[in-house]
Design a protein around this ligand. Structure first.
Ligand SMILES: Nc1ncnc2c1ncn2[C@@H]1O[C@H](COP(=O)(O)OP(=O)(O)O)[C@@H](O)[C@H]1O
Ligand SMILES: CC(C)(COP(=O)(O)O)[C@@H](O)C(=O)NCCC(=O)O
Ligand SMILES: [K+]
Length: 250
């Protein structure tokens, strides 16, 4: 890893729910912010003013923040977009590579660089829950997409006449004894069982693999899972920094 200069870099991950930003100095994360699309310019300007050493912005977006918004910052820092045309340290075996989410590609890239020469399963609990598997030969195989925790609560409320909108909470039992408890059990135990179930499926095909759990709900859910996993909410931002460095070392 290059230690030749101490410039700071601001990585920005635009998800479908929130924007996450992290300042890196060398490869150390020194500041983390989470904000909405509406607050984008205020927040990024605040960070740029607080850390005048930031020379570069590294952006990956699956959300709908307009490119113009980033470009309005271009007199303050160099802007780099990580896109499908960037270099990635894996072979992409997805049969529709042009529709694969850039967030999933960045996660896969981070998994390969942080955990070399092993099978890896990355689970990102954001708006959606995404599963991504990269084998020990650095082949990206694909995975799964399912609704995230917030999305499940919202869709139960929005698509029924009688179900309230609840904020996430651990269910007391898997047998919900009220409407609220039934919803919490359905969503939280449902997601936990889904993740445990997927891990078991992967185990039928791969004897050993590391599991990385990330996204807005990672910490909330990690303690409810059967398997030992590596939970790191900042894995995507760290991977964005690493993917950028990887593209610099051509
Ligand atoms: N302050 C918050 N606002 C919105 N969602 C939050 C918040 N804190 C935790 N979450 C959880 O994070 C999930 C979204 O994760 P996030 O990583 O932000 O998504 P994305 O990357 O798709 O924007 C939701 O399911 C929600 O339960
Ligand atoms: C599946 C996603 C919506 C996940 O987005 P997120 O939950 O991180 O906001 C995103 O990775 C995406 O738009 N993917 C495109 C389809 C695909 O990956 O095959
Ligand atoms: K996700």
């Amino acid at each position: 890893m290059g230690t030749k200069n101490s410039v700071m870099l601001l990585t920005i991950d635009v998800g479908n729910t929130r924007i996450k930003a992290a300042v890196f100095e060398q490869n150390r994360l020194v500041e983390l912010s989470v904000f909405t699309k509406e607050a984008f310019l205020t927040e990024t300007n605040f960070i740029l003013n607080k850390f005048p050493k930031i020379e570069k912005l590294v952006v990956a977006s699956v959300g709908n923040v307009e490119k113009e918004l980033f470009l309005s910052l271009k007199n303050k820092a160099e802007i780099h977009f990580i896109t499908r045309e960037s270099r990635f340290p894996f072979t992409n075996l997805y049969s529709t590579p042009t529709t694969l989410g850039i967030d999933r590609m960045v996660l896969a890239s981070g998994a390969v660089m942080q955990f070399p020469n092993q099978n890896r399963l990355v689970i990102d609990m954001g708006t959606c829950i995404t599963y991504d598997f990269i084998d020990e030969n650095d082949n990206y195989l694909g995975g799964a997409i399912s609704p995230g925790i917030r999305l499940r609560y919202e869709s139960l409320h929005q698509h029924t006449a009688k179900l309230p909108l609840l904020t996430k909470n651990y269910p007391e039992s898997f047998i919900g004894n009220s409407t609220q408890e039934s919803i919490h059990s359905g969503v939280i135990n449902g997601v936990a069982s889904e993740i445990d179930g997927f891990i078991e499926l992967y185990k039928t095909q791969y004897a050993k693999f590391i599991i990385i759990l990330t996204g807005g709900d990672a910490e909330f859910l990690a303690i409810r899972l059967k398997n030992t996993i590596f939970a790191n909410s900042n894995f995507l931002l760290e991977s964005l920094n690493q993917t950028f460095q990887y593209n610099q070392n051509d």
